[in-house]
Design a protein. Structure first.
Length: 196
DNA sequence: CCAACGATGGTCT
DNA sequence: GACCATCGTTGGC
C-alpha cells in the first residue's frame, strides 16, 4: 500500500524515523527495483546550517520548498545523486535524505547499475542507492505517490516483520551542524552506510 | 583494518 | 575560486 498524504505531512524529524522500514521502489522499463529504507537523515529549516534551504530558496533547492511527498534530487561532487523526501509543510524547506536501503527488488538490475555483485554494496549510501535505482535529476520534483518512483508502507511486502528498533546518531559527511543527532537507523542492520 | 586522496561538475560568493 | 548531505582506489599497517 502506498504511503498516504497524511503520513507524509508530519514534522521532518518524525518522518525521518517513520520512513525506516518503508519501501522505496522505482519502475524502470517495466521492472521494479528497490528496497527497504534502513537509514535516513533529517534536514531542518531552522538552526540547521547543513540544510540546503538554510539560506533561503535558490535554483538548486527550490523543490525542497514544495509539497511534502515530492522527491528532491540533486547532484553531489559532480558525479553522484542524492535522493530526499520533501517534508514538513509546503514552503518550509525541509527534507529527509534517504541514506541506505536493504536491497529487495530487482537485484540483478541493481548489480548491473552499480557494477558490482556484492549485495551489501548496492544501496549502502546515498550516492549508491541513487545509482542502483537509476535515480537522477529527472526524478527531481516528482510525486512519490504517483510517479514511477514510489514509497510504500512497511506492511506492503511480506519480507520481514514490521516491528523494528530505531536508533540515532550524528549526521554523516557534513561540517556545519555535524553535532546534531538527526541521523536515524534500524538497529543492527547490516545494510546501513556505516554503523551507529 | 584504515586514512588519505582524486574524480568531477554544478552552485554560490 | 571554493565548496560540496560521495565513492572507489590506493597504500600503509
Amino acid at each position: 500500500m502506498l504511503i498516504t498524504k497524511d503520513e507524509l505531512e508530519i514534522p521532518t524529524k518524525r518522518l525521518a524515523k517513520s520512513l525506516l522500514g518503508c519501501f522505496l521502489v522505482h519502475t524502470v522499463n517495466g521492472q521494479l527495483i528497490g528496497g527497504r529504507i534502513v537509514e535516513t537523515e533529517a534536514y531542518l529549516s531552522k538552526n540547521d546550517p547543513a540544510c540546503h534551504a538554510h539560506k533561503g530558496m535558490t535554483k538548486r533547492n527550490e523543490t525542497m520548498f514544495s509539497r511534502p511527498g515530492l522527491s528532491y534530487v540533486y547532484l553531489i561532487y559532480g558525479m553522484y545523486h542524492c535522493f530526499n523526501v520533501v517534508s514538513a509543510k509546503e514552503g518550509q524547506g525541509e527534507a529527509v535524505l534517504i541514506r541506505a536501503l536493504e536491497p529487495v527488488f530487482g537485484l540483478e538490475e541493481m548489480k548491473h547499475n552499480r557494477n558490482t555483485v556484492k549485495i551489501a554494496n548496492l544501496c549502502s549510501g546515498p550516492g549508491k542507492l541513487a545509482q542502483a535505482l537509476a535515480i537522477t535529476k529527472e526524478q527531481n520534483g516528482v510525486c512519490l505517490r504517483k510517479s514511477q518512483l514510489r514509497l510504500h508502507r512497511r506492511e506492503s511486502f511480506k519480507t520481514k516483520p514490521s516491528r523494528i528498533k530505531v536508533c540515532s546518531s550524528t549526521r554523516i559527511g557534513i561540517n556545519q551542524g555535524s553535532e546534531l543527532a538527526l541521523r536515524f537507523l534500524i538497529e543492527k542492520n547490516p545494510f546501513v552506510s556505516k554503523p551507529a
